[in-house]
Design a protein around this ligand. Structure first.
Ligand code: GLA
Ligand code: ZN
Length: 677
């Protein structure tokens, strides 16, 4: 197994669908790619219906010609397995491949990302196709990676899935009594007497829209389904491995996408790859959080930016264009956070179909005369020159860790109450955004750590706390770590059963407070917060969404209090010291930006972790090469020039000029400073 891309330069290219075009166009494409310094293509993402026109017939003639064309043009190939959209004959002959939706309707052929993952037919033929592709093409020197399926997502609620779920439950629980116990099935007469009584919790059963009658049941269904998807990925990967022992195998993930717990995938993906599609109103902090999360899935190693649009999307409500310079800026932002490739969706625009308005490197004019093409070509030249000095370097270890936990997110999401304004990802962003604003290096980490080496750990809404998570956090605090908890922390075990006792039960002693009750604030209602001993340090900060009413222990410091509601004067932020300089901070509410700022001040005080002194909207982050060279990325995410003065010197790689710490970054401008060890 290999985890590195064996390329000298960063892969620069992306999804290429020549099968949608007559062959004369391919030659034009090769010439334009050369002009844009595109060096790689991702092929064969959606071609199953032509690769296997009938059950016992395979036809690779067109793919052979495509591979020959791009190989002769000197392009590297990311070869996809084409298993993300079913051929129509398969849907007709074997209806088990078609998903049953949450309302119990069996789908017909159509769309994509449409296979039931439990379908024996799908599993057999997807692995068979991957195997035939590997057999046929693994000798191609141009192939640099394999791309299994595409953007795995969604669920199925069919009888095969029901059977698979029952097997999964038997393996996990052994007996039906253990299942009943885990799900607290006595609730609303759900006690089961045999595994055969259990069906997927869709809308014919226990799903209440997004919520669930028995969240433990629905959680287990998600876990089962995600495990089956991963299993299917493994089968395709194993099929590829029969003919290619070497090249990395990946599938493209989607950042904070909700459906599957991507941390389960980290060991199976030879390299993480992901698709970044910020909307016009996505903040730079949200984009960076997604990069940091994807890097975390790959154990903090470099990843592939498998897709981004060079200009605009088509599937958002408002598909604003990236402004001049912004595609370059977002590309370098990805590199700064660990991307070792820059790839686009897509290289040539589709002529028809629902993506005909999606941006592409080559538009329907078929020329190099567009702004998009020029910007792609300029970035291509820049990466060709500089990327060998960057590839393989590691993003510097974070000073602060932010926990992201799909299990807590699912548990909260499936639970009715306490507030519909509660959104797990927004709560992670609330804290991440403040660290991003300060340019503090952050690692996103799973709930079980590792937490070593972080001056502070922020665990927003860490709702689900089993023994492993609680143990890891306890060890961190005992070793001098500073941990910040928020409302909705430590409430349930891994079966979504409330811990009995004073919340946050598993960390009750370390937290130094207990939560007596939790108030949900109606929309646009806030409660003033008073920070500091005299209560005058609030500066207008407010609590939003949820307010825990808490009781501090003796020895717990009260750092802020509520200044409104019947709980005025009670603690809103506490600190219980323990260990050397460490301890637990409990933020009893979700503070607004001012409140978050003051809370982070308290959390980091005395740790030596400091904000970089930069204008708002300028990012600074670092990667460290194996030979000790430090690469400092300065990124202007705003549309206006920014004066920057930093304590960094060396060579600015993009302009090949010496750098002494002062520069003006153009709108969306970037500087990459290399400092010798
Ligand atoms: C996803 C898919 C691509 C394409 C793009 C459009 O990332 O993987 O096939 O549909 O979205 O933005
Ligand atoms: Zn199914």
């Amino acid at each position: 197994m290999t985890t590195v891309l064996r390329t000298e330069r960063m892969l620069y290219g992306g999804d290429y669908n020549p099968e949608q075009w007559p062959e004369e166009v391919w030659a034009e494409d090769m010439a334009l790619f050369r002009q844009a310094r595109i060096n790689s293509v991702t092929l064969n993402v959606f071609s199953w219906a032509t690769l296997q026109p009938a059950e016992d017939e395979y036809d690779f003639t067109r793919l052979d010609r495509i591979v020959k064309t791009v190989s002769e043009a000197g392009l590297s190939i990311v070869m996809a397995t084409s298993t993300a959209a079913l051929p129509a004959w398969m849907s007709l002959r074997y209806p088990d491949v078609n998903r049953v939706d949450v309302q119990g309707r069996r789908m017909r052929h159509g769309g994509r990302h449409n296979a039931c993952i439990s379908s024996p037919t799908y599993r057999r033929y997807s692995a068979a196709l991957a195997e035939r592709l590997a057999e046929r093409y693994s000798a191609e020197p141009g192939i640099v990676a394999w791309h299994v399926s595409n953007e795995y997502g969604g669920f199925c609620w069919c009888d095969n899935c029901a059977a698979g779920f029952r097997d999964w439950l038997r393996a996990r629980y052994g007996t039906i009594d253990a299942v009943n116990d885990a799900w607290n099935a006595a609730f609303w007469s759900h006690t089961y007497h045999s595994f055969d009584e259990i069906f997927p919790p869709g809308e014919l059963g226990d799903a209440l829209g997004e919520k669930s009658v028995l969240p433990g049941f629905s959680l287990d269904y998600r876990r089962f389904y995600g495990a089956a998807v991963l299993e299917s990925f493994r089968e395709e990967k194993a099929a590829i491995r029969r003919f290619d022992a070497e090249r990395p195998v990946t599938t493209n993930l989607m950042g904070t996408f909700p459906d599957y717990d991507y941390f389960d995938w980290g060991d199976d993906l030879d390299i993480v790859s992901w698709d970044s599609y910020p909307a016009h109103d996505t903040t730079p902090a949200q984009i960076c959080l997604a990069h940091d999360l994807m890097r975390a899935v790959g154990h903090q190693k470099p990843f592939m930016l498998m897709e981004q649009t060079p200009s605009r999307q088509n599937w958002q409500p408002y598909n604003s264009l990236k402004r001049p310079g912004q595609m370059r800026q977002q590309s370098w932002q990805a590199v700064a956070r660990g991307a070792d490739t820059i790839q686009f969706f897509q290289l040539r625009q589709s002529r028809a179909g629902c993506e005909k308005f999606h941006g592409a490197v080559i538009g329907t004019d078929g020329t190099a005369e567009t702004r998009t093409f020029r910007e792609v070509a300029e970035l291509g030249a820049e990466l060709a020159r500089t990327s060998p000095r960057i590839m393989g370097s590691q993003v510097e270890h974070g000073a602060v860790a932010v926990v992201f936990d799909w299990q807590s997110r699912w548990g909260i999401g499936l639970s009715a109450g306490p507030s519909r304004s509660l959104d797990y990802v927004r709560e992670v962003e609330r804290w991440y955004t403040e660290l991003h604003r300060r340019n503090i290096p952050v690692d996103v980490v799973p709930a079980t750590g590792p937490f070593d080496g972080y001056a502070a750990v922020i665990a927003p809404c860490l709702y689900m706390m089993g023994d492993e998570t609680a143990g890891a956090l306890r060890r961190y605090v005992a070793g001098g770590g500073r941990l910040l908890l928020t409302p909705m922390s430590g409430l349930v075990d891994e079966y979504d059963r409330l811990h009995l006792g004073q919340a946050p039960v598993p960390l009750r002693d370390l937290a130094g407070v207990w939560v007596e009750e939790t108030d949900a604030l109606p929309p646009s209602t806030v409660v003033p917060l008073a920070f500091g001993e005299d209560g005058d340090g609030g500066g207008g900060a407010t609590a939003t969404i949820l307010c825990d009413v808490v009781h501090p222990d003796a020895g717990t410091e009260v750092l802020a209090r509520y200044a409104g509601e019947y709980y005025a004067g009670t603690p809103a932020l506490t600190f219980k010291p323990s260990g050397e300089g460490g301890g637990v901070f409990y933020s009893a509410s979700f503070p607004d930006a001012d409140g978050v700022r003051l809370t982070v001040d308290a959390l980091l005080s005395g740790t030596g972790v400091r904000a970089a002194d930069l204008p708002e909207g300028v990012e600074l982050s670092r990667r460290v090469a194996g030979d000790g060279r430090v690469l400092t990325f300065l990124i202007n995410t705003t549309a206006v020039p920014q004066e920057v003065r930093v304590d960094v010197s060396g060579t600015e790689l993009l302009a090949s000029a010496s750098f002494d710490g002062a520069t003006t970054l153009e709108p969306y401008g970037v500087a990459v400073v290399e400092t010798a060890p």
